[in-house]
Write a protein that binds this ligand. Structure first.
Ligand SMILES: O=C(O)[C@H](O)[C@@H](O)[C@H](O)[C@H](O)CO
Ligand SMILES: [Zn+2]
Length: 334
């Protein structure tokens, strides 16, 4: 029996609890409750919507519009989408436990205070290059992992192998961990804190590393998901990603208008969610139960025809009814 609910409202919640208790069904059946994709912030990004982070302390969604130099904060309670405009590209934003945010600002890692807009530069990397920070996220021990990329004349066409993946420790020290990166993108860690997944978009692969949560050291790089050469039209480029409580990864397929759930232990595709925007860039779980998937997308490089076909390009989407959930996102503990 497939249960269809119009929206993600209280009746669906009630139904889910009722079904769970009344019919002892498994979470897999819950996943058969009809999935829905909706726009929550319409056309808010003019360049590259990216880096969604659900801030459960304020019940709001943070995300960036990279080349517009904007950081956004959307509240489902008020519907307001506030933004602050900075003086350089913003690759990612993560909250600090002590207050404020860490941003990848051009080639710097900086702290920003939302209300005063005060910027404190912590580190500058790749000096003398036209690189910029791209995606970044906090690991289970509150370190910031963030990567750079070479100058990009058009999306998915940067100067090759100019980027690196950096780790900002809670003591404030910065460490280069992986180099010769093309487009540093998605990051995720397994529930047992033993594995880190990481995407460099151009080789079109998701890599796995052994991850030592005590030291932050990574080793044993291997390919866990390969988008392959021939499937560019169907899967595009792996971009941002998140991980659910079953340790399956959800990868934004840039250029392919979809988010795909993979089992990183087998490399197999498990589920596809079509998004009405070609350049899906990243995704994160959020909402009060972390069972909503928020999806960002890019506009940069789109043609007039593309924008006519996908008029919601540049919006933020919410997917519900997936039958799985994520874990609260980590914040910087330094
Ligand atoms: O969104 C990003 O990660 C980059 O900033 C884009 O410009 C990429 O080129 C594109 O998304 C393909 O990965
Ligand atoms: Zn990205």
């Amino acid at each position: 029996t497939v249960f269809t609910c119009k929206d993600n409202g209280p009746e669906q919640r009630l139904l889910q609890i009722y079904l769970y208790l009344g019919f002892c069904i498994t979470s897999k059946d819950l996943g058969r409750i009809e999935m829905s994709v909706e726009v929550v912030v319409k056309n808010s990004c003019q360049s590259i919507g990216e880096g969604p982070h659900w801030d459960d302390r304020t019940n709001s969604l943070l995300y960036v519009d990279i080349l517009s130099n904007d950081v956004h904060r959307w509240s489902p309670d008020t519907g307001n989408d506030e933004k602050i405009h900075l003086d350089d590209s913003v690759g990612f934003v993560v909250p600090c436990r002590k207050g404020g945010y860490i941003v990848g600002l051009g080639r710097s890692l900086s702290h920003v205070d939302w209300d005063s807009r005060k910027i404190t530069k912590l580190h500058e990397v790749d000096k003398g290059t036209k690189n910029r920070f791209n995606d970044g996220k906090c690991d289970p021990r509150g370190r910031v992992w963030a990567g750079t990329m070479g100058y990009e004349s058009e999306p998915a066409n940067p100067e090759r192998e100019r980027g690196s993946l950096f780790r900002l420790d809670v003591d404030g020290s910065l460490h280069a961990c992986v180099n010769k990166i093309n487009i540093s993108n998605g990051l995720a860690w397994t529930a047992d804190n033993k594995t880190m997944y990481y995407i460099d978009s151009l080789p079109r692969k998701v890599y796995g590393f052994d991850y030592d949560s005590e030291t932050g050291n990574i080793s044993n790089q291997r390919v866990v998901v390969d988008f392959g050469e021939g499937t560019i039209p169907t899967l595009g480029y792996p971009d941002g990603m998140c991980i659910d409580t079953e340790d399956k990864i959800w990868v934004a397929c840039y250029g392919a208008a979809k988010i795909v759930r993979f089992d990183p232990t087998t490399g197999k595709q498990l589920k596809t969610v079509d998004i009405p925007a070609r350049r899906t860039t990243s995704c994160c779980f959020g909402g009060k139960n972390f069972d909503e998937l928020y999806v960002t997308c890019g506009v940069q490089g789109s043609t007039k025809e593309e924008r006519e076909k996908y008029p919601m390009t540049g919006s933020v989407f919410r997917v519900t009814g997936l039958g799985v959930r994520g874990r609260p996102a980590n914040v910087y503990e330094g």
